[in-house]
Design a protein. Sequence first.
Length: 399
Amino acid sequence: MYKLYCRLYQSALRLFSRFMPWREPEILEGEGSLRLLPALIQQRRIGRVLLVTDQGIRAVGLMDKLLEGLDNAKIAYFIYDGTVPNPTVDNVEEALEIYLRNDCSGIIAFGGGSPMDCAKGVGARIARPNKSVARMRGILKVRRAIPPLFAIPTTSGTGSEATLAAVISNSRTHEKFAINDHSLIPHYAVLDPALTYGLPPAITSTTGVDALTHAVEAYIGRSNTKQTRQRSREAVSLIFGNLLEAYRNGDNREARANMQKASYLAGFAFTRAYVGYVHAIAHTLGGFYSVPHGLANAVILPYVLDYYGASAHKPLAELADLIGIGDPADTTERKATKFIEAIRMLNEDMDIPRKIAGIADKDIPVMVERAYREANPLYPVPRILSRSDLTKLYERIKA
């Protein structure tokens, strides 16, 4: 009966989503597009902005050109660089205090998914000043406009510049949860591949497979539209065609640009079609052990796809044909298996481990419960898994 309830819930949400206020960010795209942002902010008559980033990005000077442009445009900026890899409630509150103290009227998120999630959290708190971050977890708990949000990704993986989600951790309870609301979709996204040229190989690999996870989980789910299906396919094709090259030759501008585009497309797809158990499990590993989200997704993805079995064979077979590894004589099951093996080979070629180290047996029951509650009834997965199924998956992925 519970599985029937989940499917009815998902069907109702899919129907309702047709009437939701979806929007796409306006995009500044191409090498050097970052320099156009200050003029755009100036045109919006925004004179004071909060800039959310992390210490690593600030230390390497990746923001210098942007800061110079803001100075030239006479736009005052106030930097919060305390964001951690799995942004916390405390990060959001600290950044919010800077925004309010300096009377800002816009937010710039500069970095990977963590600064963007933190910035979205700030936007949600501004829109709903009487609601805590925790009270906005789940879907449609904001429902008010946030300040203009300008997202500048420096990795090619999270796709957060296109999504309605902010994933936040509670460092006290080791819980990681999502705030999902259409108002959190950034108003503008800057896709400047030059910001990714110096990305270390290990970050290139894990963020790249993060984007692949978004595209694959969206594609095999049951809440696709024609548009999300097409964008998932475009993202998968771009990732298999460019990720390994970007990993091996980080200065390949075409590969970097294609990966940034793939990340955006995958983000667009999953923000409407949703994700699945890969993300539900990955969020618990981030909450308990601070495992980077991209790394967790990369390790978990083939295990979950295997576990879905026949329920995912048809869409996975289609993806095998898409990337040219399906043989006309192959069965649907064989093609699906080839696609999963292609993911494993890609991980291996980029030195991504096969398992996650450090998972404690005593933590698994709590993580199972949290992953189960995150995924069900919301995620329109090919096959609804039980707590027992999830326990088996944790056992398989732990080193």
